[in-house]
Write a protein that binds this ligand. Structure first.
Ligand code: ZN
Length: 197
């Protein structure tokens, strides 16, 4: 029997991805036991993230500013736009330091199973960005899962009328693989050997 405060903490923690009830209990205990070194810094970090992190209104990235640092960076190539499902994929590509264009974060992929249709994704702003001109190539970096590939097919169809080159990450992305799990070398190779669709 734990105090209601502890139960509540465990419940909230168990909703985090990768944390089941058992790890949530361990995390909660560890935080409570280490109030000064772990619990209070966590509260501070959570508050600061809640106060300052926002979604970029141009690309959907998360940053302390809107537009985000990538959208504001004039050294980056505005003619090439890399479409990713999630901010974690953007981070994976940024870690390679091999890509110097801009991004567009969809906020997910099409999924019949999860009931995610085009209207749930950040698509309107993508088409508006391309319509506004300046974009010559769109790289679909959507992973090799069934849903990722379905989304890539859907997008290459919808992008056809805009007259931009549409390419996809090449071989090296394992089937069922999410970008975030790839090692940097594999990801760089897949990016450099991207193929038009
Ligand atoms: Zn941005």
């Amino acid at each position: 029997m734990a105090a209601p405060e502890i139960d509540r903490l465990i419940q909230v923690l168990s909703r985090l991805p990768g944390l089941g009830p058992r790890s949530a209990r361990r995390a909660a205990l560890s935080l409570i036991k280490r109030k000064e070194s772990a619990l209070l810094p966590l509260i501070d970090a959570l508050q600061s993230a809640a106060d300052h992190v926002r979604t970029c209104s141009i690309c959907g990235n998360l940053d302390g500013t809107d537009p985000c640092g990538i959208c504001r960076d004039e050294r980056r190539d505005g003619a090439i736009l890399c479409v990713v499902a999630d901010v974690a994929d953007l981070w994976a590509l940024e870690r390679t330091a091999a890509y110097k264009g801009h991004y567009h974060v969809l906020g997910g992929v099409l999924s019949a199973l999860d009931g995610i249709g085009p209207e749930q994704l950040n698509l309107g702003s993508l088409f508006r960005r391309i319509e506004a001109g300046g974009v010559k190539e769109v790289v679909l970096a959507l992973g090799a899962t069934v849903d990722g590939q379905t989304t890539a097919h859907f997008l290459s169809d919808r992008l056809q009328p805009f007259g931009v080159t549409v390419s996809r990450l090449a071989h090296g992305v394992p089937v069922g693989g999410e970008l975030d799990y790839l090692d940097d070398g594999t990801l760089i190779q897949a990016l450099q050997a991207r193929q038009s669709v």
